[in-house]
Design a protein around this ligand. Structure first.
Ligand code: HSE
Length: 314
């Protein structure tokens, strides 16, 4: 039996929603799990990158052994029903740029889990899949939209359960994803965050989260401009993302721009704007990064409303 799952990219945090807001985007990894016929062949993981869609980005850092995050996710699922995985061939066809803050690790975790769950006859429901995926990834903001699609606010509760609620992204707001040619691992990007933050910064973000939800629900652009700010992670990560401060500064006077935020742990940047003057916004980003010798792939993308899908089954 062979199962393939197509999983969308995701952007997380989206300004004030550190570790809680996330959104699926229409770039995809396809994860295939095949039961191999020869006993004793163990687990084989292959990663093939789709350079035609991913520009010059090459996916080369997913460990292909049993330490792989895909393997960990698959193993946790098997263990949850008292089994261990063996004789599996796992292949990742990758279109999502890696180590760019676009959820490539969440996509392979989710793809591996869903494919293995199908192979096993669906022992895990959505609640169980969300919990296992979050256990491997460490936070729910990428894996939840990768599984359920759309713009999602998610939280891991004290009992380990993930609760989530979907929000409708206003069609009149464009999402422009700016992907630089340099990488930043999530581990490094999380290592610069403080263990504690000042109360005033917590209050600042709590207010912005409320504003974000209300702005999205009422399509209030002026409120969204206030909402798309953060004091929990972006200030600390600024030094790891050359050009972010200059891009924010250079876009400050563009009235169609509602916000310019890090995508996940970075280094990609997300620009939210009203449908107008996209070319100008893109050229400001491109020129700013070029002045620092950074090449970029800049894409305006709709929200992917569908989460991971089983695409083939034989
Ligand atoms: N919320 C996470 C972070 C997303 O900012 O570190 C990255 O996976």
């Amino acid at each position: 039996m062979k199962i393939s799952v197509k999983v969308p990219a995701t952007t997380a945090n989206i300004g004030p929603g550190f570790d809680s807001l996330g959104m699926a985007l229409p770039l995809y990894n396809t994860i295939t799990i095949e039961e191999t016929v020869l006993p004793g062949t163990g687990i084989e993981i292959n990663v093939l990158n789709n350079t035609a869609s991913a520009g010059d980005f090459i996916m080369e850092h997913i460990p292909m052994d049993e330490n792989s995050i895909i393997y960990k996710a698959v193993e946790l699922l098997y263990n949850s029903i008292g089994q261990s995985p063996s004789e599996l061939k796992i292949t990742v066809h990758s279109e999502i740029p890696i180590a760019r803050g676009l959820g490539s690790s969440a996509s392979v975790i989710v793809g591996g889990l869903l494919a293995a769950n199908e192979l096993l006859g669906k022992p895990a429901d959505e609640v169980a899949l969300l919990s296992i995926a979050t256990e491997v990834e460490g936070h729910p903001d990428n894996v939840t939209p990768a599984i359920v699609g759309g713009l999602v606010l998610s939280s891991q509760e004290d009992d380990g359960r993930i609760i989530y609620t979907k929000l409708d992204w206003p069609d009149e707001w464009d999402i422009t994803v700016c992907v630089p040619d340099y990488e930043l691992s999530t581990d490094i990007s999380r290592s610069v965050l403080p263990a504690e933050i000042p109360m005033a910064d917590a209050v600042f973000n709590a207010k912005r989260m409320g504003m974000f939800v209300q702005a999205v629900n009422t399509k209030d652009a002026e409120l969204m401009k206030l909402a798309l700010q953060d004091r929990l992670h972006q200030p600390y990560r600024m030094k790891l993302v050359p050009g972010l401060d200059k891009i924010i500064e250079n876009l400050k006077h563009e009235e169609n721009v509602l916000g310019c935020v890090l995508s996940g742990a970075g280094p990609s940047i997300l620009i939210i704007s009203q449908k107008n003057n996209l070319d100008k916004i893109k050229s400001i980003v491109k020129d700013t990064w070029e002045s620092l010798n950074v090449k970029a792939n800049i894409m305006t993308l709709p929200v992917e409303k569908q989460g991971a899908q089983i695409i083939t089954q034989e």
